[in-house]
Design a protein around this ligand. Sequence first.
Ligand SMILES: *Cc1c(COP(=O)(O)O)cnc(C)c1O
Length: 388
Amino acid sequence: MTSYIPYGRQDISQQDIDAVVEVLHSDWLTQGKAINHFEQAVADYCGVKYAIAVSSATAALHIACLAIGLGEQDYLWTSPNTFVASANCGLYCGAKVDFVDIDPFTYNLSIDELTQKLNGADQQGCLPKVLVPVHFAGQSCDMEKIAALSQQYGFHILEDASHAIGGKYQGKAIGCCEFSDLAVFSFHPVKIITTGEGGMVLTNREDLYEKLIRLRSHGITRNPELMQGESHGAWYYQQLELGFNYRMTDIQAALGSSQMQRLDEFVSRRRFLAQRYNYLLQNLPITLPRQHPDTESSWHLYVIRLNLDKIPKTHRQVFEELRQLGIGVNLHYIPVHTQPYYQNIGFKWGDFPKSEEYYADAISIPLYYGLSKEDQNRVADNLREILT
Ligand SMILES: *Cc1c(COP(=O)(O)O)cnc(C)c1O
């Protein structure tokens, strides 16, 4: 019996385990020093001023939207080729959500589509307040062009970099926020580094940082300078806005700091395996992932697209045959606008055809730090047999 190869998986070392155990023996399981330490490690790595650890990337996206001031009557735009959380954060704030179709080359939101849509929205007076570019599979969007459009049309930029810690754009770390107001990472176990569940918001703006810190913890401040009126004493705090408990525990943060020490190793192994797939899968009736020259992907996903007119099987057959052989393939993503919830608020099949064409032939094949060459060969061999 051959083993099951998942599409993604965490890698936990003895050092990671020791770091977690150390916190368990300490006085602080949450709201202790491990959080600051993890935030500093990520901020230093990315070259960004502020980093705020939270309980998930979903929470990070939510408070990032609130910090920007997204509210009712406002629009958030994102890519349909993403996890639902990139769009849901807008709805949490009472805002309206719309999508920008993808570029068939990178599968990121298309700059041409964005330019056209902004032009139309400008004429109708319904420009977005925030754009959420998603760095799909770890490859950055064309941030310089997006930033130029944000200058022209006056929207904020919140990068959903859930896939992309360890990746680069124009030689700088994704998350540096050179071309954005805010960026968000996810530390779910299938992502590049993990804290079990967890996320982070990054920004260079002090005003956003102050708000994010409060929104993470009920909207409460203990800083007398920010209070209305006088402090009543050493116990005193004030709730200034409606926040949440979106805190990360110190147990998770210790795991995160430990994982950060291997981030570059994780990404270079993923890059190596991706290049190896490029070689192993050449000459098959599939399209391999393509990279924009300004980007260095973190390789969260390796997505192939089936050239179905050259394959005697359907997309679904190929997918299911791989699963039956123990290859844990997946499909990233079902276009968000086609989800029943989004259809109920007015979207329909046909709205974003490039993302729907992509959905009809894309498959994510296994890629993770601990994937052995032997298992990778098995994926490639099985794929070759099924396709030819
Ligand atoms: C994983 C993911 C999220 C959500 O991350 P959580 O940490 O699980 O909340 C959001 N956006 C994208 C693009 C993701 O891949």
